[in-house]
Design a protein around this ligand. Structure first.
Ligand SMILES: Nc1ncnc2c1ncn2[C@@H]1O[C@H](COP(=O)(O)OP(=O)(O)OP(=O)(O)O)[C@@H](O)[C@H]1O
Length: 259
């Protein structure tokens, strides 16, 4: 398997706590990986390690077989696109200017955006159905509009690897479906993508592989049917859960009553 980004026995310790331990995860080129697990399992922490935003306390993170921390910041920013869990709420500029920030890794230190940069921004805003809001001040956008602008920023950046933390946050059902379908299409076109998702049927439907985290450990990584078994899900989430694929091919979920 040709892993673009991977961790080997990666651990993260903070304030005397083990947040992650013994994580071996490989993101194959041109694949979509869904990172799932309960609150506090370590999904964001693992995504931060993969992005180089946190350094492993033990083990390593490899980008194309080379330690991630050995890459210059600018090179890392060109290769890795990051969409965080929370869009900023107060910014002193417009949606267009925010999306333009995605082009920064492509510009020199004092570089000014050229026609190609501006075209990439316009196209990304259009793709996210935000053209009518492009000149609106950031403070006057809704939560879902900010989230979509964050994705537009990622599109404008055009990095070959995407790391997304709960990218469907704040999105209505149509925009969730559009976003997940777009992730699938981008992976099919060769992009390497990992996304934290809470919706297990969506994760099973769209991802090539599902990585299940529980209490800082990777409990399984592979096809949804093999990883997200009833026994494992119910144990990890501490709640009766079952996921299965119906006769129509759609993934279904039953959430039990007992607690
Ligand atoms: N800087 C930190 N110092 C100490 N503990 C931390 C720190 N950051 C996160 N944690 C703890 O680490 C654990 C994992 O947090 P993380 O944000 O990675 O979980 P998550 O799986 O993304 O959760 P959620 O689904 O709630 O977003 C949690 O128990 C959290 O309280």
């Amino acid at each position: 398997m040709n892993a673009v980004l991977s961790t080997q026995a990666a651990a993260l310790y903070r304030h005397g706590r083990v947040l992650l331990e013994g994580i071996d995860l490989a993101l194959p080129a041109g694949s979509l990986t869904a990172l799932v697990g309960p609150n506090g399992a370590g999904k964001t922490s693992l995504l931060r390690l993969l992005a180089g935003l946190a350094q492993p306390s033990a083990g390593q993170v490899l980008l194309d077989g080379q330690t991630l921390s050995s890459y210059p910041d600018r090179e890392r920013a060109r290769r890795l696109g990051w969409l965080g869990q929370f869009a900023p709420t107060a910014l002193p500029f417009t949606l267009h200017d925010y999306v333009l920030l995605g082009r920064r890794p492509a510009l020199g230190q004092f570089g000014r955006p050229d026609a190609d940069d501006l075209a990439a921004v316009t196209s990304a805003i259009d793709d996210c159905e935000l053209t009518a809001l492009a000149e609106r001040p950031w403070a006057r956008l809704s939560g879902g509009e900010r989230q979509r602008a964050g994705f537009a920023r990622l599109l404008a950046q055009a990095a070959p690897i995407w790391l997304l933390d709960e990218p469907t946050n704040h999105l209505d059902l149509k925009h969730q479906a559009l976003l997940l379908r777009r992730l699938r299409q981008e992976a099919d076109r060769g992009r390497t993508i990992v996304a934290v998702l809470h919706d297990l049927p969506q994760a099973a439907r769209w991802a090539d592989q599902v990585a299940l985290l529980g209490d800082g450990r990777l409990l399984g990584c592979g096809r949804a049917a093999e990883v997200l078994t009833r026994e494992r899900l119910s144990a990890v989430y501490g709640w009766p859960l079952a996921l299965w694929r119906g006769g129509d091919g759609q993934w279904q979920m039953a959430i039990g009553e007992a607690g």
